[in-house]
Design a protein around this ligand. Structure first.
Ligand code: ADP
Length: 326
């Protein structure tokens, strides 16, 4: 995907490789377009298999792609965003064949990459306006309306005359979403957007995404389980390039009901517990390891039954995949 720069622009140093073109349009309308990914495989030239037969169906709403570092999340995001071609497989969005006609998808795509690039010392208003020009919003009046309503939507109106370079992480990400929303995209991809945000900024940002997700398909990749727990109606777990689990977070949590047990142990006892039980996680609480163990009945004295959480679902899924490989 070539970088789009505008030589005549006063801000032509801006790297907007992240800002894919979108068509200008009227107010966002709810749509029923689904993203359907089938048998997607990516083998990089050095032999790394980053995606291995990925199949996903993503409806309207906020969809989380959860997975550890190296799982293949960014590869999948970049492939859907048409920034790279897969080795094989197919991707459809509504009636668009994404791999055959990437330009059609780009017209309706908003993308916030993991690494947004450098910010010039221009005001957030001017920068957004400039990006709207690059994204094809030609009329001055329409551009003004677009920029002003986006700044209000992402809550940056009060700081519209300040330079993005001086923004906090959360403000930058909200700016990133504003630029991704230019042109009313029907598919929005955000790659690891909450890394480095403090809890308040993270909440605010995720709420914004959930709000946007009421109208369109929003895919959020993350390695942070709490990002997914409350806001996403649907999620998938990706590890080693494979989709291990897909569904509604609450339904997935319910499946573990009665099967998660907890016990605080001494550090020296830890290896014996790990080898004798199906330990899904250990976390230090007050300096001592708290084990979460998966078992159909009480696995031993001192264990208490716990309400399962999405973290339990996630770690249990990763663990069973590791066992399958071992
Ligand atoms: P995630 O976003 O989940 O951390 P990535 O998609 O970045 O995962 O990476 C998946 C795997 O592919 C990793 O092993 C990574 O090192 C490898 N990888 C990513 N990009 C490239 C590339 N351009 N060339 C070779 N290997 C790559």
């Amino acid at each position: 995907m070539p970088r789009r720069r505008q030589a005549s622009s006063p801000h032509s140093e801006i790297d907007i490789s992240c800002g894919l073109p979108c068509l200008p349009g009227g107010p966002a309308e709810a749509n029923d377009d689904m993203l359907i990914i089938e048998d997607l495989t990516q083998i990089y030239p050095n032999g790394t298999q980053a995606l291995n037969g990925v199949r996903l169906t993503v409806p309207n709403g906020l969809f989380s792609l959860l997975g550890p570092n190296g799982a293949g999340k960014s590869t999948l995001m970049r492939t859907i965003a048409t920034l790279q071609k897969p080795t094989s497989g197919s991707i459809r969005f509504g009636d668009i064949d994404v791999l055959a006609t990437p330009q059609l998808l780009r017209h309706t795509l908003g993308y916030l990459p993991q690494d947004f690039g450098v910010y010039p010392r221009v005001s957030v208003y001017d920068l957004l306006e400039h990006m709207a020009v690059l994204k094809g919003v030609a009329s001055i009046g329409e551009r003004k309306d677009t920029v002003e309503s986006l700044l209000r939507q992402v809550n940056l109106w009060e700081v519209r005359h300040k330079a993005v370079a001086g923004f906090s992480g959360g403000m930058r990400q909200r700016f990133g979403i504003a630029q991704a929303l230019i042109g009313n995209p029907r598919l929005i991809i955000v790659d690891e957007p909450t890394a480095g945000l403090d809890p308040e900024e993270r909440n605010r940002f995720l709420n914004l995404l959930a709000e946007i997700g009421e109208q369109v398909v929003v895919i959020l990749s993350t390695h942070i389980v709490e990002d997914v727990a409350e806001l996403c109606p649907r999620m998938a777990v990706l590890a080693r390039g494979r989709v291990l689990l897909e569904g509604e977070p609450l339904a997935l949590i319910r499946r573990l009901q009665g099967a998660v047990w907890g016990k605080t142990v001494h550090k020296v006892e830890l290896p014996a517990y790990v080898s004798g039980h199906e330990v899904i996680s250990t976390r230090l609480v007050g300096g001592r390891p708290l084990l979460h163990v998966l078992a159909d009945s009480r696995p031993g004295p001192g264990f208490e039954q716990l309400e399962p959480t999405l973290e339990d679902v996630y770690f249990a899924t990763l663990r069973s995949a590791q066992r399958a490989v071992a």
